[in-house]
Ligand binder design. Structure first.
Ligand code: PAF
Length: 275
């Protein structure tokens, strides 16, 4: 496996190669990322590239950009074990040699709700870096985890609307044996908080169970779910049931997804389940 740090090196390594597979990451990898690498490897015969880049553009000033764990050596070992062929780990100056004035602005109806409402500009930062990485890597196939459900939806729409010739794969969320969705941010949790964190997936399941039992007062169902977390000290951004295809409000007969985001102590966690 090669570890490359410049765009020029990456372009030279990929020259003449087709069917490139791609898994963009911010590093501090866990099994969820490695599953995406394996998924992409199965989907293409070309080389598999994974990028590691903590993208300042998608963090708000008060968020954890500086604190975000940088664990390149360990990440490379894990990626090699998962069958990755090339790690692209550019410096900030390499990816953003000048202030990134040109940005990708996803439409408000996709990107200003839920995560975008609570993290304004987040999807501009994500779409801009992913579009730029797509231009650099020129993959045929790329994979993103369903854990970041809205991100996956925004990227799928970007690829369609920008005419990018890339197949986007969505990877199922990888969970701990107890049911906690794997996330690089779980590392911020104390042992006690890790236990309490299980309340998020459990409460999403309860929200789904309420809907499946025939309760149709969505606002009430969502409020009960939020209160269940708040009662245990969580600061809730949203607990909600939406349509899978556009994250509009849940409507009978549509494929639905329950999504939640809440802060436990200093750590913001998100999770979701499709139904
Ligand atoms: O999901 C992530 O890790 C990031 O948002 C991504 C897609 C690598 C863009 O920085």
């Amino acid at each position: 496996m090669q570890v490359l740090h410049t765009v020029a090196e990456l372009r030279a390594a990929l020259a003449g190669k087709s069917g490139v597979g791609f898994v963009p990451t911010m590093g501090n990898l866990h099994d969820g990322h490695l599953t995406l690498v394996r998924q992409v490897k199965q989907a293409t015969n070309g080389p598999v590239v994974s990028s590691i880049f903590v993208n300042r553009l998608q963090f708000l000033p008060h968020e954890d950009f500086n604190q975000y764990p940088r664990t390149l050596t360990r990440d490379c070992e894990l990626l090699e074990g998962a069958g990755c062929d090339i790690v692209f780990a550019p410096s900030e100056g390499e990816l953003y040699p000048e202030p990134q004035g040109f940005k990708v602005h996803p439409p408000a109806e996709l990107a200003d709700i839920l995560e975008g409402h609570f993290r304004p500009g987040f999807f501009i930062g994500v779409s801009t870096v992913v579009h730029k990485l797509f231009n650099i890597v020129q993959p045929a196939v790329a994979a993103f985890g369903k854990k970041d459900y809205q991100q996956l939806m925004v990227i799928r729409r970007m690829v369609v609307q920008m005419g990018l010739p890339i197949t986007i794969l969505g990877g199922e969320t990888t969970r701990s044996p107890e049911g906690l969705a794997l996330s690089s941010r779980n590392g911020y949790l104390s042992a006690e908080e890790k236990e309490e964190a299980l309340r998020l997936p459990r409460t999403l399941r309860q929200l789904i169970a309420g809907w499946q039992a025939g309760q149709r007062d969505l606002a009430a169902l969502e409020a009960v779910a939020a209160q269940r977390l708040a009662d245990h000290g969580w600061q809730v951004d949203y607990m909600t049931l939406r349509r899978q295809h556009d994250l509009g409000p849940a409507v009978e007969g549509d494929a639905l997804v329950a999504l939640g985001a809440a802060k436990l102590g200093k750590t913001r966690l998100i999770d979701n389940f499709e139904l």
